[in-house]
Design a binder for this molecule. Structure first.
Ligand SMILES: Cc1cc2nc3c(=O)[nH]c(=O)nc-3n(C[C@H](O)[C@H](O)[C@H](O)COP(=O)(O)OP(=O)(O)OC[C@H]3O[C@@H](n4cnc5c(N)ncnc54)[C@H](O)[C@@H]3O)c2cc1C
Length: 483
């Protein structure tokens, strides 16, 4: 355990005794500006974030989290919550406040008989995938191994198995949550069901999840990899038409991008505009080969690296995006994408301001669409596609505005075809976009639950849902609560 030094500048003198007392109550670490690990601890995934918290509570358990929550509340300090640190809106580290850092809470306990996993909220998709795979099991999470389960799951969780096994939240049986009052509660269909509904898509607004209980799926080998096709409107249209009607066993994530220098890319094709289709088939290899045939028939592949593999191996195809980077992102769900939109995306790729930028298309449906839109706070289950505009650069000193204008330029051209947005892919885009994330009935219910669990809006560094003070109880409707 690290010895903690306390701030000595006049401005922070008042806090010394309080920080000492906090330190004494923690099993985990208290990290301040004078701690050796301060710079490492305040670093997150985005290279654009460089903030200096007053204190980072690196929690070891739920009690530490509760202690941190009570400390922030008692001293009226701003409080941010961090698990994997991948916040697209840069919410998980703040200046001059307290950061509740769950990244050390990575415990994973798997019962191979019941296929139930208890997962610390600081674990990443990759942390879980390996141990689960050792039992022939897997959880539907995201597309990148480094993303934290804390933020991913509370937003929904859309990944390589979404069409076969739904969102991450569709496999959530219960969660341990520290509320704004500093209480440690269980949220499940039977206990705090309103809270359980809200944390399945409502983000970090309602409390700090310290542990998730998931039902894992029996997943042995998958047929997975990357199929790289020429970037033409016909190929893109063929891809979009097929992935909306393909068997549920097939989930795909495609990127319009410049061909990267992967080991399987012919060197002379590197840099060419391509549609790189990441594939995950959950079934027999023979059936999978049949299911992939319509994609291979769209054009002569430029490159292909597809084969049987254990599920965690699919993350090697996205390992490049697990490295810290700078990004400007816009995204939308869509049901129909016109030729004009596809042409705009292809043209934007030609004038991309960075060789790493991409336009991502995911086919949805399948298991995700089988629950009703009001089953959870994630309310976009009926959408056919997810589209992401990703300006990505690796040097934080580059002109961010230039890259951002690429993203927003394309966004303005295509946003009319958007049908809502995934809360986890929102930057700080204003209140109107929060209404795109949550239809009005969902938002009203979330605001009522927010009022019940966090009336002072302690948890506000997120896509913030304001507590509904007037008529909150009425808007709870038929939602039960044990609180
Ligand atoms: C490279 C990359 C790839 C991605 N791919 C996918 C994908 O395939 N599918 C997908 O669904 N999403 C994806 N995302 C989005 C991702 O789900 C969100 O950014 C998510 O918030 C990250 O979670 P985190 O724990 O890593 O982030 P953090 O930055 O630690 O947290 C983000 C926010 O989540 C909330 N939060 C975090 N932990 C907790 C907790 N324990 N309890 C309550 N609230 C909490 C807080 O409000 C916090 O500000 C991706 C993001 C990146 C950067």
């Amino acid at each position: 355990m690290t010895t903690v030094q306390y701030p000595t500048s006049p401005a922070s003198k008042l806090a010394i005794d309080q920080l000492k007392a906090l330190r004494a109550r923690l099993t985990g670490n208290l990290i301040t500006a004078e701690s050796a690990e301060y710079d490492e601890a305040r670093r997150v995934f985005s290279l654009l974030v460089n903030r200096r918290p007053l204190a980072i509570v690196r929690a070891a358990n739920a009690q530490d989290v509760a202690t941190g929550v009570r400390f922030a509340r008692t001293h009226s300090l701003p409080l941010a919550v961090r698990s994997g640190g991948h916040s697209v809106g840069h919410h998980s580290v703040i200046d001059d406040g307290v950061v509740l850092d769950l990244s050390a809470m990575k415990q994973i306990v798997i019962d191979p008989v019941t296929r139930i996993a208890r997962v610390g909220a600081g674990a990443t998709s990759g942390d879980l995938a390996g141990p689960a795979s050792a039992h022939g099991l897997a959880l539907s999470t995201g597309d990148t191994h480094s993303v934290g389960m804390g933020g991913l799951t509370t937003g929904g969780g859309i990944g390589f198995m979404v069409r076969k096994y739904g969102l991450a939240i569709d496999n959530l049986l219960a969660a341990q949550v520290v509320t704004a009052a500093g209480e440690i509660v269980t949220a499940s269909p039977d206990a705090h069901p309103d809270l359980f509904w809200a944390i399945r898509g409502g983000g970090g607004n309602f409390g700090v999840v310290t542990e998730f209980t998931f039902q894992l799926a029996a997943v042995g080998q998958i047929l997975g990899g990357d199929l790289v096709l020429p970037a033409t409107r016909e190929v893109l249209r063929g891809y979009l038409d097929y992935v909306a009607v393909a068997p549920d066993e097939l989930t795909t994530i495609a990127h319009l991008m410049h061909a990267p220098p992967t080991p399987y890319m012919p060197p002379e094709r590197v840099g060419e505009p391509v549609l790189s289709i990441l594939l995950c088939w959950m079934g027999s290899v023979e059936d999978g080969e049949r299911a992939l045939a319509p994609l291979r028939a769209l054009a002569t592949p430029i490159a292909e690296a597809v084969g049987p593999m254990p599920y965690p191996a699919i993350y090697q195809f996205t390992a490049h995006q697990a490295q810290p980077l700078a990004a400007s992102i816009r995204s939308m769900f869509a049901d129909e994408l016109s030729d004009a939109t596809l042409d705009a995306a292809l043209a934007a790729l030609d004038r991309a301001t960075s060789p790493y930028s991409a336009i991502q298309f995911r086919g949805l449906g399948g298991a995700m669409a089988r629950a009703s839109n009001d089953a959870t706070a994630f309310a976009h289950r009926d959408k056919r596609y997810l589209v992401l505009l990703l300006a990505i650069w690796l040097d934080a000193t580059e002109d961010a505005a230039r890259h951002q204008s690429w993203t927003t330029g394309l966004w303005e051209a295509i946003r009319a075809e958007g049908a809502g947005v995934y809360v986890n892919f929102l930057e700080n885009e204003g209140a109107a976009r929060l209404r795109d994330a949550y239809p009005s009935a969902t938002l009203a219910r979330l605001r009522a639950i927010k009022h019940r669990y966090d009336p002072q809006n302690l948890f506000r560094f997120n896509q913030n849902i304001l507590p509904n003070v007037d008529g909150a109880e009425r808007q709870l409707g038929r939602v039960q609560t044990n609180r």
